[in-house]
Design a protein around this ligand. Structure first.
Ligand SMILES: Cc1ncc(COP(=O)(O)O)c(C=O)c1O
Length: 386
């Protein structure tokens, strides 16, 4: 079987009702929310059709053994990660999992979030009663361990780490993660490792699961993951929270009844994805590698002042547009003057000023069109500033 990754034309995409398409005007090409434009994997579509055919639209059961078996197989096969089925909690989504974990800390406790950051970490986690302490990442995209040490010494209780990282797409080296684990261990801090993008490695550096890093990492760590980014199922609501003993497991054991809220379609589709999605995923990874190279090439021609490091993982490009003359929020200029929607850099925290995030999980044709539209917007800004 060959996997088809044919993407509809713009009108076809606008018939979709997801936020990525319904929240922008009909003539806008959207490269915002982390969803892919590709067709869903055939085994997933079949599993959902079969569920509809048996009118199976009720609650997800609290025991999800087939999902766990499929997830454990996928984790071993694709991520070299041995998951203990006794230490997996099924939740609706990763952000809910992080909220639940933060809710187990004391009210007013600080949690460290590196910036630029996936925006909901900054905006949503305070709802759990914690205070977010922003830790600016170093220029090379690595974590500032000294800042982190100061935060822990001043009482911060946890680090929220997207690994691989969103928005830069950085894959952390094992040694880097081990150093973070040592530091967290020495202050009894937790690491909540959000590995939702882990199967989407495009470069040479392999992803290392936090719970495979070291004993110190296993002790303080809780991993959150989901099929939703890798297999494009974000609206269906099933995610996994995983521990490997120690303080992480003790913390997770205090979670109450969270699994009750996963969606049945999330559970069914994730099981199909983890069990039978490899062929589709391999095709998608090949396409994403091509798209990343195309983006580098076409940006260099059309918008040579834009800074772009091809991501080591994810289908997200973090673009330094500070030299384009589009101000602190270049995404606004792109959509207003080029009808192309990117995610707004400043929403990722102060280091995002002058940046925009571009989602390149689309067809090569749409990607070229997006770059043309961005160049039009930048040209309009240059003319206005002249
Ligand atoms: C790093 C990261 N974490 C979490 C999420 C959202 O996951 P969920 O929908 O499971 O809450 C995203 C979505 O883009 C993400 O990039």
């Amino acid at each position: 079987v060959t996997v088809s990754l044919t993407v509809p034309d713009l009108a076809g995409l606008h018939r979709r009702r997801s936020a990525k398409w319904s929240s922008v005007a009909d003539d806008v090409l959207s490269l915002t929310v982390a969803e892919m434009d590709f067709p869903v994997a055939a085994p997933i579509a079949e599993s959902l059709r079969r569920a509809i055919d048996r009118d199976d639209l009720g609650y997800a059961p609290s025991e999800n053994r087939p999902l766990l078996d499929a997830f454990i197989g996928f984790a071993k096969r694709r991520l070299d990660w041995s998951v203990d089925p006794e230490q997996v909690w099924v939740l609706p989504d990763v952000v809910e999992g992080l909220l639940a974990l933060c809710g187990l800390l004391d009210s007013g406790d600080e949690v460290c979030v590196p910036v630029p950051s996936y925006p909901p970490f900054l905006t949503t986690l305070p709802r759990a009663g914690v205070r977010v302490r922003q830790i600016a990442m170093l220029q090379d995209g690595s974590l500032d361990l000294e800042q982190l040490r100061v935060a822990f010494s001043e009482g911060a209780r946890a680090l929220i780490l997207a690994s691989p990282y969103n928005p830069t797409g950085r894959v952390f080296a094992r040694a880097e993660l081990a150093a973070i684990a040592e530091l967290c261990g020495s202050y009894d801090a937790y690491v909540f490792s959000d590995e939702i993008h882990a199967p989407l490695v495009l470069g040479e550096t392999p992803h290392t699961c936090w719970l495979e890093v070291s004993d110190a990492a296993r002790d303080c760590g809780v991993v959150l993951t989901s099929a939703s980014k890798t297999f494009n199922l974000a609206g269906l609501k099933a995610a996994m929270l995983v521990t490997a003993g120690g303080r992480g497991q003790q913390l997770a054991a205090r979670l109450t009844n969270a699994h009750a809220h996963a969606g049945l379609f999330g559970v069914i589709s994730a099981e199909a994805a983890f069990a039978d999605g490899d062929e589709w995923l391999d095709a998608v990874l090949a396409q994403l590698r091509l798209n990343s190279a195309q983006l580098a090439d076409e940006l260099a021609r059309a918008l040579p002042t834009v800074g772009f490091e091809p991501p080591q993982a994810t289908y997200l490009a973090w673009l330094d547009c500070t030299k384009l003359g589009l101000g602190d929020d270049p995404a606004k200029g792109f959509v207003d003057h080029g009808s192309v929607a990117l995610s707004s850099g400043p929403s990722f925290g102060a280091p995002g000023d002058g940046f925009a995030r571009l989602n390149f999980a689309t067809s090569p044709e749409h990607l070229s069109e997006a770059i043309r539209r961005m160049a039009t917007a930048a040209g309009a800004a240059a003319a206005a500033n002249a």
